[in-house]
Write a protein that binds this ligand. Structure first.
Ligand code: F6R
Length: 239
């Protein structure tokens, strides 16, 4: 796993946009996208570059990393809607090119399987962007998740629900379950780019940078990926 230390959040955003531009140039059209705050400056930078004609992602497909279960795709806090508003619409990517798990289907195991099959039909993910939770989660794969996991339903931990309460009225409105790409699904992407900014991520990056593989730090599975990069700003830099 490659660790890239950069000065500021904006440098991190530019680095992510450079990698996206590079893989698209190489012919990759399927981008895996995380939500949360970490990739937001990068998404803004990607949109800026598209508007100034530096890149053209209109033919790309966006694959969601995860979403809340039981939250409709047009709900303001749904990850689907977030990706539509922050990336797809500003980039001119059609709704048919956004792939997320079905969060409303009564048969959740069928939603999980259908999502996996749909990723396969797209030819897999060329570059998967992920954030990292303070507890080391990637997607909604909390500590203890099997590294062989495929897309599955998870009960959200209290700490993750607390972290996400800011997107809802209060903690009681934060869903208790989500559907997430599994760790093995994430590892299937041809490239993985983990984005971490801000002081709150420093302790978990310190754990990650030691290089230990631990089921208690889901992101450490990325050490097993041949083309995984972790990019972080000075505030998150391991000491
Ligand atoms: C979001 C996701 C989560 C976040 C992580 C970090 O799609 O899967 O794993 O990436 O919780 O969140 P932020 O970036 O808000 O610190």
């Amino acid at each position: 796993m490659r660790f890239v230390a950069l000065e500021s959040e904006q440098n991190v955003a530019s680095f992510v946009a450079d990698r996206v531009a590079e893989v698209v140039e190489l012919g990759e059209t399927v981008l895996g996208v995380a939500t949360g705050s970490s990739p937001v400056p990068a998404y803004r930078e990607i949109v800026r570059r598209q508007r100034s004609g530096e890149i053209d992602l209109r033919n790309c497909h966006l694959v969601l990393l995860d979403d809340y279960l039981g939250v409709p795709p047009d709900h303001p806090a749904s990850y689907h809607r977030t990706i539509v508003e922050t990336l797809a619409e500003p980039l001119g990517i059609p709704p048919t090119h956004i792939l997320g798990p079905d969060t409303m289907a009564p048969d959740t195991s069928l939603s999980c399987q259908s999502f996996e099959s749909a990723i396969d039909r797209l030819g897999g993910v060329g570059l998967q962007i992920v954030g990292i939770g303070r507890n080391g989660h990637i997607g909604f794969n909390e500590p203890g998740t099997a590294w062989s996991s495929r897309t599955h339903v998870v009960e959200l931990t209290r700490s993750t629900r607390n972290d996400n309460a800011r997107f809802f009225h209060d903690l009681d409105h934060v869903p208790t379950r989500a559907i997430t790409q599994g760790i093995a699904t994430i590892l299937d992407a041809r490239r993985v780019l983990l984005v971490a900014t801000g002081e709150a991520k420093r302790p978990v990056l310190e754990q990650l940078s030691i290089g230990l593989l631990s089921i208690d730090v889901p992101a450490s599975a990325l050490h097993c990926h041949p083309r995984a990069t972790v990019v972080f700003d000075q505030a998150a830099q391991p000491r």
